[in-house]
Design a protein around this ligand. Structure first.
Ligand SMILES: Nc1nc2c(ncn2[C@@H]2O[C@H](COP(=O)(O)OP(=O)(O)OP(=O)(O)O)[C@@H](O)[C@H]2O)c(=O)[nH]1
Ligand SMILES: [Mg+2]
Length: 339
């Protein structure tokens, strides 16, 4: 199904049914007691984070999620029927806004949010009988439903986000590490939508990796695919910055590293501050060793060298990846004072 990560929808819960005014009719009894039943509750609209969903497309198409109204009460103390509630499945990581207000963030599988509670049913006149008023004509109306204009954004939840120029080999790497099968090709912008893969370390641990479309110089101003998909790495704990050691266009890997970091900074300083693991790819190509030696001299942080095609360096990279996550977790715990 087409990947859609934004949707505008309208939700409306049902109005409660009115209470009813009715009296017992018995032959030769002039004043039968009140028997007006209560109205039924209107239907509510809720959302639920569902692991089996990965796009907001069905919501963007449906647009209106209206629950039905409750039925009015009947005679003989019969309550009106309650309307069915609506429960809409959404991908895990769906965030709900009304205007600029963040209303809910369903980032845990199974998490639910009651967006619009159904109106309560009104009370029938049976409730209003008293010793001084045996024939009450009072009743209450059902509560109105609620209507909300909502904007939904999907922000994928992953441990690590792949970052890099088009053709760096991000999708090749993800397909090597996980069961995900993203499209791979030797032209830029092969990947047009984010994709998640589960990466096992071979010792019973795993992490979730997000492949996102490549970023180019000027992306912060909209060049290429722009920064639209960066939203999906906002929640990653860290980024794996993948560099092509010998780009086809003859560009310098070091410049490419700086280019992307510059774009990140311009787009979102918070994203630019995320910890990065720099990984150099395509080490199977001729002259890559020499290029790597230069890079080692110029980049202060450790650089890991791999070939996503031959598998060279992949084991070492996996160890580094899981260690990196572990170190970050310790740091997080230290700063937040938790154990
Ligand atoms: N020689 C060599 N080629 C590689 C390696 N990794 C990827 N490639 C090739 O580089 C090209 C681009 O690979 P992709 O995995 O599609 O690159 P990407 O970073 O996902 O690119 P976009 O989706 O366009 O951003 C393909 O032709 C791959 O076969 C590698 O380690 N060595
Ligand atoms: Mg790709």
């Amino acid at each position: 199904m087409e990947f859609v990560d934004e949707a505008k929808i309208i939700v409306r819960s049902g109005k409660g049914g009115n209470g009813t005014v009715a009296f017992r009719h018995e032959r030769n009894v002039p004043l039968g007691g009140p028997t007006g039943g209560d109205g039924g509750a209107g239907g509510s609209v809720s959302f639920r984070a569902d692991l089996n969903r990965d796009t907001l497309l069905p919501l963007a198409r449906t647009r209106c999620f209206f629950a039905r109204d409750g039925q009015p009460g009947g005679g003989n103390n019969r309550s009106g029927a309650t309307a069915d509630d609506i429960l809409v499945p959404v991908p895990v990581g769906t965030v709900f806004f009304a205007g600029d207000n963040l209303l809910a963030d369903l980032d845990q599988p199974g998490e639910e949010w009651l967006a619009a509670p159904g109106g309560r049913g009104g009370r029938g006149n049976a409730h209003f009988a008293s010793p001084t008023n045996r024939t009450p004509h009072e009743y209450t109306r059902g509560e109105e439903g609620q209507e909300l204009d909502l904007r939904l954004e999907l922000k994928l939840i992953a441990d690590v986000g792949l970052l890099g120029l088009p053709n760096a080999g991000k999708s090749t790497l993800l397909s090597r590490l996980s069961a995900a099968r993203p499209k791979i090709a030797d032209y830029p912008f092969t990947t047009l939508k984010p994709q998640l893969g589960i990466v096992p370390d071979g010792y019973g641990h795993e992490l979730v990796m997000a492949d996102i479309p490549g970023i180019i110089a000027g992306a912060a101003e909209g060049a290429g695919m722009g920064m639209r998909f960066l939203r999906h790495v906002e929640r990653c704990h860290f980024l794996l910055h993948l560099l092509d050691i010998s780009p086809l266009d003859g560009s310098n890997p070091l410049d490419n590293l700086a280019t992307i970091n510059q774009e990140l900074l311009q787009h979102s300083p918070a994203l630019a501050e995320k910890p990065q693991l720099v990984v150099v790819n395509k080490m199977d190509l001729p002259d890559s060793e020499a290029a790597l030696a230069i890079l080692h001299q110029q980049v202060a942080t450790p650089v890991i060298a791999i070939s996503a095609v031959t598998g060279q360096g992949i084991k070492e990279m996996l160890v580094a990846l899981f260690n990196f996550r572990q170190t970050l977790r310790h740091k997080d715990n230290a700063t937040h004072g938790t154990v």
